[in-house]
Design a protein around this ligand. Structure first.
Ligand code: AMP
Length: 598
């Protein structure tokens, strides 16, 4: 059953359009008057769209996403429609999802997992991942997703930093990526394996996920949850050092919910498809939480990108709101518009994109191919939810990320020598994109790294690490990153993580990693290495290094190109100058090289 109106739409909020008929609430854009909603918006008002736990016991993400719908008129509506790689279709109603996530929560209880413990999941887009996420949140443990294309090294680093107590994964991923590092993970007490069979696994030190779910009751009462209680740990990368675990709280659900409505234009009967992988923040905030709190039906596709498959999904499952990424859009552009025209996509109402700059041509191509533009929006792991967006009720400004959400103050700033910031109010001036802290989904820290967290703030602003401009009408335009992190196919990669693995090879003396521009993936990971005495550059060694890095880092993180250099350029204090390598790679001016080692 699809399309029952959830409770929240009956509440009169300024951002909801004035509704006279059922058709109105299906089609009139939310946020119809940006200026006036922005002026009057308050997070308390947004919070009022949610229920809260019974008896004033607080605010829990899983209650808002599942329980309140399961016990209301949406109980039998499809919450998740899962499309398997081999053509399977499985529907999970809100009531069924409630039962399964209760079973997972009671399983955790039985394992001795307590509030605040970290439950990691390493899996592709399969139903068990969604059950784990929401069951973990019910139990008030922390849900920590890992990207299934990571190799053993990024997995080990994140499980170690987060001191994982439980890992949910598949038999095959466990055997290939975790079994070999298991003994380096003393905190990891329970590994639950998702396999076909519902019987004890033959792999030592593991238990069967489905068997546990069958053995545990489908009744669970969520305990009191303070909105400031930790809920999600999402790993992200910086220029230096190990990956950082950005911590989000249950109260973030207010931002997930309302940004779904305002930036993705969620309407009650929508069928929503977010193509992001839940290993990254978009896949959790908008692949799980926001659509479910809004009572929608979410499409989850297990398979990787394939233009024909994707258009078939849009058509056959009557997707009305689609959230995807520039790399995928560029891949569709390569295929051309003839293919898409073979499909009936009239029900597709709103198209949005995130993760990388969306080139103006891609916005225009959306119009040509789908009759509607892609709406670019901007946010990052640390912000937990969309901060800047092009909205349904406004004309898209191609190439711009849009305007800040109601409740969000964004500015362009420059750091001052005294450690503060100067706000650059003149239009079209380039500076660092900054946000005034205080929105509910703002990260509350980097796991066990207070110093790194502190460094993100100055003069009352959160500094995003992005360089941007604001035009005279208040639209923001992305310019680039202020640091050396790499964006490849929408995934943020820290160069240090890659370099650390390369220098473990016996032939490598030094390594430096940059993002090399790529017409589809935006950037690819390129490594420069210098060799130890006794080793000579050769194609065979290059292939060996590529394979070495791929086996440890996984396909998503490993370099695609490696170049040999006799030495790497360094500052006088010995820091490798990635910036210079990048400028040389691009044939750009080398900039200030006064600190270059002689
Ligand atoms: P992540 O934390 O992995 O989600 O990556 C966040 C980063 O992706 C941002 O800081 C930006 O550098 C980039 N990003 C996200 N959305 C956009 C966008 N719409 N335009 C340009 N860059 C974006």
């Amino acid at each position: 059953m699809l399309g029952v109106c959830p409770r929240s739409v009956n509440r009169t909020m300024p951002w909801n359009p004035i509704i006279k008929s059922r058709r109105d609430w299906e089609t009139i854009p939310n946020l119809h008057d940006y200026e006036s909603v922005r002026k009057d918006f308050s997070w308390e008002q947004a919070r009022a769209e949610l229920d809260g736990l019974p008896d004033g016991q607080g605010l829990n993400i899983a209650h808002e996403a599942v329980v309140r719908h399961a016990t209301g008129p949406l109980g039998q509506q499809t919450a998740i429609r899962w499309l398997g790689k081999s053509g399977q279709v499985e529907d999970y109603s809100y009531a069924r999802l409630d039962d399964l996530t209760n079973r997972f929560a009671t399983t955790l209880q039985g394992l001795g997992v307590v509030k605040g413990d970290r439950v990691f999941v390493l899996a592709g887009r399969i139903p068990e991942l969604y059950i784990t996420a929401l069951g973990t949140l019910k139990h008030r443990a922390l849900f920590c997703p890992l990207f299934s294309a990571f190799g053993p090294e990024p997995i080990r680093a994140r499980l170690t930093i987060g001191q994982a107590k439980v890992l949910v994964t598949t038999e095959s991923l466990y055997q290939r990526k975790v079994a070999g590092i298991r003994e380096t993970l003393p905190h990891l007490e329970h590994v639950l394996l998702i396999g076909e069979e519902r019987r004890p696994t033959a792999i030592p030190g593991t238990q069967n996920f489905h068997q546990l779910l069958e053995q545990h009751p489908g009744i669970y009462r969520i305990g009191p949850t303070d909105p400031e209680d930790a809920a999600l740990l999402h790993f992200t990368s910086g220029t230096t050092g190990t990956p950082k675990g950005a911590l989000h709280v249950h109260g973030a659900v207010v931002a997930h919910h309302i940004t779904g409505k305002l930036a993705l234009d969620f309407h009650p009967a929508d069928i929503f498809w977010c193509t992001a992988d839940p290993g990254w923040v978009t896949g959790t905030s908008y692949g799980i939480i926001a659509p479910l709190t809004n009572g929608l039906t979410c499409i989850v596709d297990e398979a990787d990108f394939d233009a024909e498959r994707w258009y078939g999904i849009l058509q056959d499952h009557r997707v009305s709101v689609w959230y995807t990424a520039p790399t995928a859009i560029r891949m569709m552009m390569k295929v051309g518009v003839d293919l898409v025209r073979k499909y009936d996509l009239r029900q597709l109402r709103f198209l949005a994109s995130v993760g990388e700059p969306l080139n103006p041509e891609a916005v225009v191509w959306g119009e040509k191919a789908f009759g509607r533009p892609f709406h670019d929006n901007w946010w990052q792991t640390e912000t937990g939810g969309i901060m800047i967006a092009n909205y349904a009720a406004m004309d898209v400004r191609p190439g711009s990320m849009g305007r800040p959400l109601p409740g969000i103050e964004a500015g362009i700033v420059k750091k001052t020598e005294s450690g503060g910031v100067e706000v650059l109010n003149e239009p079209d001036v380039q500076g660092e994109l900054a946000l005034r802290p205080g929105w509910p989904s703002m990260f509350r820290g980097y796991w066990n790294e207070p110093e790194r967290y502190k460094q993100c703030f100055a003069g009352g602003w959160y500094l995003t690490g992005d360089v941007a401009k604001k035009d005279a009408d208040g639209y923001f335009w992305f310019v680039g990153r202020a640091d050396d992190v790499i964006k490849t196919s929408g995934h943020l990669i820290g160069p240090f993580e890659v370099e650390s693995v390369l220098i473990e090879h016996k032939a490598v003396a030094e390594a430096a990693v940059i993002g090399k521009p790529d017409p589809v993936a935006m950037e690819i990971v390129k490594a420069f290495v210098s060799l130890k005495d006794g080793h000579e550059p050769s194609d065979a060694l290059r292939r060996e290094l590529l394979g070495f890095a791929r086996a440890r880092l996984g396909a998503a993180v490993a370099p695609k190109e490696i170049a040999f250099l006799p030495t790497l350029p360094k500052t006088r204090s010995g820091k490798i100058m990635r910036r210079l390598l990048k400028a040389r790679e691009l044939g750009l001016p080398e900039g200030d090289t006064s600190t270059l080692e002689g």
